[in-house]
Design a protein around this ligand. Structure first.
Ligand code: 57M
Length: 359
């Protein structure tokens, strides 16, 4: 919006031409969201603490989590506000993909907000029921999948890292894929969000990777040169990714150990879903397994632990799932687990970048 307003005067002031460039707007979207989330955090956190809008801590969790009781938990709201404002200022709002991504982010944020709110008023870990949360998530993702497939002329071919000539067209099943990617990413990020800074670090890293992927996928010459699918209009999503990176860094300022705020489900569910959407639209949906490998491992650790626990009638693979709790219980200090997991996330992101050349 701001960009269109400023760009209107480019004939009189030629230096305003720079606002046309996605790269320039991405940088300013990142900075805008970063400053906004720093300011919002500074303003909101003490107020949430005073209103006692704080986290309930489960009795059966790792012992060091008991002193986190009362940490404000609505940090997701200032991430979302910063992303939204910055995106509206710096993105081309005539782009259909922009609206789809913003809509999914906000709707998943609303589900998370409801869940956080119920946990707060009940003062327990019981928020929305699992099936209820899942049906709402799947419903939204299905709707967006249908809009993408039926009304935007979106290509239903799948692209695989390392394989330039293998592009199977999956037709209507693309809608199922959208549900799997968006709902899966949303819940995997939610499971990862259990230590200070643990989820937001890899979120920043993953969105940085997709900032590059969507820019390249939306640039006809580079896409052809790299032999990746070209998606007209996808480049605009780099501006959104920049906004998430900025808002995420502002949030991390307060969420770093010892955290002054948690993002809550409002943050984790919405950021995960947004990541899934960008992966789908930039046609790097399979690459998300690598880019978001840390989230995948966290989710797999839960699946493994819960299945083994049920099959064996109470035995465990890990000391506690998700896997970050396993290392905590082995005696690793919390920041050590977080930073080591970030290092793994960076390695996976770099590997995923290398797939652009290895085709
Ligand atoms: C939410 N939420 C954190 C915070 C955050 C099936 C089962 C494995 C599900 C899983 C689960 O419920 N996961 C999803 C994880 C919670 O954080 C809040 O939730 C938001 C994210 N949704 O933003 O508002 C706690 O995590 C800690 N935290 C931090 N720093 C942060 O920046 O320290 C969060 C953010 C916070 C705080 O302590 O209270 C959570 O973990 O609940 N369940 C679990 O993860 C539980 N695992 C479990 O029960 N494992 C069992 C198996 C058989 C299922 C086992 O291994 O024996 C663990 N979580 C807790 N206690 N709190 C273990 C027990």
């Amino acid at each position: 919006m701001l960009y269109k307003l400023i760009y209107m005067f480019h004939a009189d002031y030629s230096f305003l031409n720079v606002f046309r460039y996605i790269t320039f707007r991405t940088i300013y979207a990142t900075l805008t969201a970063l400053i906004l989330s720093l300011l919002l955090g500074y303003w909101i956190i003490p107020r949430l603490s005073r209103l006692q809008i704080g986290q309930y801590i489960r009795e059966d969790g790792p012992p060091n989590h008991k002193n986190k009781v009362g940490t404000p938990t609505m940090g997701g709201s200032f991430i979302l506000i910063s992303v939204l404002v910055s995106s509206i200022l710096w993105m081309d709002l005539k782009n259909m993909y922009v609206w789809l991504v913003l809509l999914v982010t906000l709707l998943f944020g609303a589900i998370g907000f409801l869940d956080d709110y119920l946990k707060l008023i009940r003062k327990s870990s019981k928020g929305l029921r699992g099936w209820c949360k899942f049906s709402m998530q799947a419903g939204i993702a299905a709707l967006v999948g249908i809009v993408l497939y039926k009304y935007t002329g979106f290509d239903s071919k799948l692209s695989f890292p390392f394989l330039k000539n293998f592009l199977p067209s999956i037709g209507m099943f693309y809608i199922i894929l959208v549900i799997l990617v968006v709902v899966g990413a949303s819940n995997a990020v939610n499971l990862t969000d259990g230590l200070d800074g643990l989820a937001i670090g890899p979120i920043i890293i993953a969105f940085l990777s997709y900032l590059v992927f969507s820019y390249l996928a939306g640039h006809i010459k580079i896409a052809h040169y790299l032999q990746i699918p070209y998606v007209s209009g996808a480049g605009e999503l780099s501006v959104f990714c920049g906004a998430v990176v900025g808002a995420g860094m502002g949030f991390l300022w307060y969420n770093t150990y010892p955290a002054q705020v948690f993002m809550g489900d409002a943050g984790s569910l919405s950021l995960g879903a947004a990541l899934g959407m960008i992966a789908v639209i930039s046609k790097h949906e399979i690459a998300l397994i690598l880019v978001g490998g840390l989230f995948v491992v966290e989710a797999l650790s839960v699946i493994l632990q819960v299945s083994f626990f049920k099959i064996t009638g109470g035995r465990r693979v890990f000391r506690m799932a998700p896997i970050h709790h396993h290392f905590e219980l082995k005696g690793w200090p919390e920041p050590k687990v977080t930073i080591r997991f970030w290092i793994i996330a960076i390695m996976l992101a770099l590997l995923s970048m290398s797939t652009l050349k290895l085709r």
